[in-house]
Design a protein around this ligand. Sequence first.
Ligand SMILES: Nc1nc2c(ncn2[C@@H]2O[C@H](COP(=O)(O)OP(=O)(O)O)[C@@H](O)[C@H]2O)c(=O)[nH]1
Ligand SMILES: [Mg+2]
Length: 284
Amino acid sequence: MSGEALSISNQTSGPPTLTLAPLPGTRAIFSVPPRRPGLPARVLMTLPTYNESGNIDGLLSRIISQGEDIGVLVVDDHSPDGTSDRVRAFQKEHVAHVYLLERLDNKGRGPAGIDGYIQALHMGVPLIGEMDADGSHAPEDLPTLLYAITSGMGGAIGSRLVPGGREEGRTLARRLLTRAANLYIRAILALPYRDATSGYRVFRRELLEAISWDQLESRGPSVLQEILLIVHQNGHRLAECPITFRDRVLGQSTLSRRILLDSLRIILTFRKKYGRAKGGGTRP
Ligand SMILES: Nc1nc2c(ncn2[C@@H]2O[C@H](COP(=O)(O)OP(=O)(O)O)[C@@H](O)[C@H]2O)c(=O)[nH]1
Ligand SMILES: [Mg+2]
C-alpha cells in the first residue's frame, strides 16, 4: 500500500472520493462516510497518537462536537494498546468526521505530525491544525483559535503563556521547563510568540503549502518551532490565543531528557538555516 496514492471511495453512500497522500509506510483509512454530502470539512485537526486508547474516544467526541465542519485525522504509530482499533470502532458507531492514518513502519511524534500535515494538505481542507491526544489540549478552546483565523490571521497558536492562558495539574518543574524552553527559543530565534512549544495550532492551508516538508531539519518535537519560524520568515502572522492546558491524566508522556536536549541543540541549527525571525510578520 505504500508508495502510491490511495483512492478510497465511500462504500455506503457513493461519492465523495478522497485522494490520499502517497506516504511510504502508511495506510490511510476511513470506514464510514467522512462527510455528509454537501458539507465539506473546513477544518481538519491532526491528532498524533501513541498508546492513547484510554483518551481517544472521549477526545474524538469532544472535537467533532465543536462544529459540523470540523474533522479529525488521527495519525497513529501502530500503538500496541490498540488505539487505532478504537478509532475504527468510533468511525463505525458515528457517522463521524474521522480519518485514520496508520503509520506502519515509522515511529515518532515529530514525523507523525509531518505526515499528518502532508496527508491533510492532500485532502484539500482549507484550515489544518494539530493537537495532542492526551487531553492536554481542550477541544473547547478550538473555536477561539478558529475565530482568530476567520478574523484575518494566517493561523493561531493555543497558548498557555498569554493573559488568560492557564496550566492545570502540572508540576512546578514542568511549568518552569516550559517557560525556560520558551525563553531559550525567543533568545535564539526571536520569534514573537510566548508559547512556541505549544503543539495546539491551526493554519490556513496556504501557509503549510509553502513548506518543503521533505527538507525539514527536525526529526523530533522541534518541528513545532521549525514550522513557526518558516511561516514567520514567509511573512505570516499568527494569533496567540489563551488556552487551558491540562497535564495528561491517563497514559504516559513520551518526552525524554534526550529528546529535550536534542531539541535545544537543533534550535541553533534553525537559526543558521532560516535566520533569526525578522520583522513582525505582516501577511495574514
Ligand atoms: N503518532 C505518534 N504520536 C505520538 C508519539 N509519541 C507521542 N505521541 C503523541 O503526541 C502527543 C504528545 O505526546 P506526549 O507523550 O503527551 O508528550 P508531552 O505532552 O510532550 O509530554 C500525544 O497525543 C501522544 O499520543 C509517536 O511516537 N507517534
Ligand atoms: Mg502530553
